[in-house]
Write a protein that binds this ligand. Structure first.
Ligand code: NAI
Length: 335
């Protein structure tokens, strides 16, 4: 099939070309993200392959369908950027990569937690400047602390196991509690209970109307003074302005983000020569107890390979008139 691959970085290209080494599909790579102004690049393609910042709304889907595109292959698990209802109405199939490496994201969340706790980001700079003083670098033992995991699907479940290995007590919230995790000693509680009791809170729920701004002023008000908050799921789970107030008051003692509400205009590109216009984001950068990475939690060799394999398997299945099982139906649309 002819496939227009949008938001294609060098590493996307490399992993997709490796899995498509037999050239069974004609992959055309475009640096540009998909939106109404770039949809025309899909002219002549049967499928559009998209990533998390591509804007796949009703208007864009209509343009794609008008060009003859029949499949939207998402190179990600999250699909909050795709209007599934509009896709259904237009008769477009949408498929995603439901799982690639949950370890990649869970391990990155742990990397952020440990780096923040032991101030590795500050120690790195100090030591390079010949400053070996320890003042300001004091951390805590994870062993014996209470971790709150919001969303215990594939990624949350891996995180739970890692934190259990550290000797943490684990609280979780998920509309669908996992019996396997309960057997490990995880205690499922209501969100407010989790917020009130956890020393470290990590978010692993999808972005839906129910989870948007789950962490708002009210939720923050219930948390322990000095709590560590980690978000590697989707930026809009957090009300960033409320979080900035909580950092200023000391309610949040440490914040790690791999995702940000308004990341579409920032992440996945080099803006080092430009003036960042987002004042909320730049305020976050001023806190010594905030650590931000630019949506790199998924970025491991194993994950890229897994994404490429499933994406191409989804395209294979569609071409052969079969179902891969990774198709998203309009009923999955949040609402
Ligand atoms: P999953 O679908 O396996 O698990 C999500 C879990 O969240 C499910 O168990 C679900 O029941 C639960 N959930 C739904 N609504 C909830 C609510 N209101 N409160 C608490 N839990 C709720 O998804 P997976 O693979 O574990 O991924 C989780 C999220 O991580 C994805 O939705 C995606 O947004 C994000 N992600 C981030 C990446 C990154 O690079 N930073 C990479 C991959 C995923």
């Amino acid at each position: 099939m002819r496939v227009a691959v949008f938001s294609a970085k060098s590493y996307d290209r490399a992993s997709l070309e490796e899995v498509n080494a037999d050239a069974r599909h004609d992959l055309r790579f475009f640096d540009a993200p998909l939106d109404a102004s770039t949809a025309g690049l899909a002219e002549g393609a049967d499928a559009a392959c998209v990533f998390v910042h591509d804007r796949v709304d009703a208007d864009v889907l209509e343009r794609l369908a008008g060009l003859g595109v029949r499949l939207v292959a998402i190179r990600a698990a999250g699909f909050n950027n795709v209007d599934l209802t509009a896709a259904g109405t237009l008769g477009l199939t949408v498929a995603r990569v439901p799982a690639y490496s949950p370890h990649a994201v869970a391990e990155h969340a742990v990397a952020l937690m440990l780096a923040l706790n032991r101030k590795i980001h500050r120690a790195y700079n100090r030591v390079r400047e010949g400053n070996f003083a320890l003042d300001g670098l004091l951390g805590f033992d994870f062993a014996g602390k209470t971790a709150g995991v919001v969303g215990t699907g594939k990624i949350g479940a891996v995180l739970v196991r890692i934190l259990a290995g550290f000797g943490c007590r684990i609280l979780a919230h998920d509309p669908y509690p996992s019996p396997e995790l309960e057997a490990l000693g995880v205690e499922y509680v209501a969100p407010d209970d989790l917020f009130a009791r956890a020393d470290v809170i990590s978010l692993h729920a999808p972005l839906t109307p129910q989870t948007r701004h789950l962490i708002d002023e009210r939720a923050l008000g219930r948390m322990k003074q000095g709590v560590m908050l980690v978000n590697t799921s989707r930026g809009a789970l957090i009300d960033t302005r409320a979080v900035i107030d909580a950092l200023k008051s000391g309610r949040i003692g440490a914040l790690a983000l791999d995702v940000y509400e308004e990341e579409d205009d920032l992440f996945f590109r080099d803006l080092s020569e430009q003036i960042i216009q987002d004042d909320v984001f730049t305020r976050l950068l001023t806190f010594p107890n905030v650590l931000i990475t630019g949506h790199q939690a998924y970025f491991t060799r194993e994950a890229l390979r897994g994404i490429a394999e499933t994406t191409l398997a989804n395209i294979d299945a569609f071409e052969q008139g079969q179902r891969s099982g990774n198709e998203l139906t309009p009923e999955r649309a949040p609402g």
